[in-house]
Design a binder for this molecule. Sequence first.
Ligand SMILES: *Cc1c(COP(=O)(O)O)cnc(C)c1O
Length: 406
Amino acid sequence: MHKHHNTLGLATTRQTATTAADIAKSRPVQPVTLIRPHAAARAARFFVEKFPGRSLYAVKANPSPDLIQVLWDSGITHYDVASIAEVRLVARLLPDATLCFMHPVKAPEAIEEAYFTHGCRTFSLDSLEELDKILLATNHATDLTLCVRLRVSSEHSKLSLASKFGAAPGETKDLLFRARQAADALGICFHVGSQAMTPEAYANALERVRAAIVDAAVTVDVIDVGGGFPSSYPGMEPPPLERYFETIHRAFESLPVSYSSELWAEPGRALCAEYSSLIVRVERRRGDELYINDGAYGALFDAAHIGWRFPVQHLREPDSHAKDMAFSFYGPTCDDMDHMAGPFLLPADTQAGEYIEIGMLGAYGCAMRTTFNGFGSDETVIMQDEPMVSLYIEADEQVASNVVTL
Ligand SMILES: *Cc1c(COP(=O)(O)O)cnc(C)c1O
């Protein structure tokens, strides 16, 4: 057991436990964050081995230094960073990593520091203004990989990224042409939206890419299909990730790009969703509403603000024999907005003082946490057991059963 500081600077006590129920038995007063490095390592190895190109980790999904180290140790060498703080974080943790600054609207000072201090050579852009900004801030560098971000549909995704960034069809020809003149290597990137529920999302976006290349008649060196690879949540169980990889590979192979061009992806959620879960305590029950000690300002931002559902598990020994019923949650702050509609299915006899594990909080969960109103988790425990849900264990079993039937 040793002292450790998390991103909020709070002291945490590290220990290893066997099950979430064991931790509940010690009756923690604050929420407890559980991390499963082996689950993140398995996801990273899956992408490294099976994605038919290079996988960049999108740091914003979870910037925990421990996680970033696990991904590096599992073969992820490239990092998609979006702010100067993320650039500095990865440069400090992993001096040999390759940084790709994939936010299309950057501060000139951030570009300059990333290029001159941290060796970043890859930048994305979606406008002529950003192209000029990058060239000025890098003193007209000639060793840049410039990725032009196209606007694509988010129709197959649970979380849209379609309106904010990306060059529209009428703008791409000129932009690709100008970027080609300035770049050492020219890339095209997009983001289909987070939690894309079908591989078709990528096939459709790659058709947009094809049209843009044909229209601009430029040589393209990198095709970057962005993030959006799904994880599994209640009511949002996606097809196997191999299907996404096959669809992308097929579409990429048929693009009019040079023989030596590279395929990249920027998974965030898919690499870290299974990394964390949270143990919360029920402080009060009011009918079908449970007042728990974490919420919208903690790790449950998405559960509150966009109605995301997460798997839950009641931690009582022996197990409750009551039938499951649908609950909603209130978080601990004084605010009506601190409400998670769910529904979360838990035994009908769940009561105050009992503990619940909320799963799949590794992506956009633990990363969104604040200490608003003085609440939050200050303890982290490293677990060796399996996450409540895993895309990667199932995928392995499918591979095994395919082998048998072939
Ligand atoms: C957020 C983001 C990602 C990661 O998206 P996921 O849906 O978590 O995979 C990748 N690339 C860019 C540019 C992003 O903004």
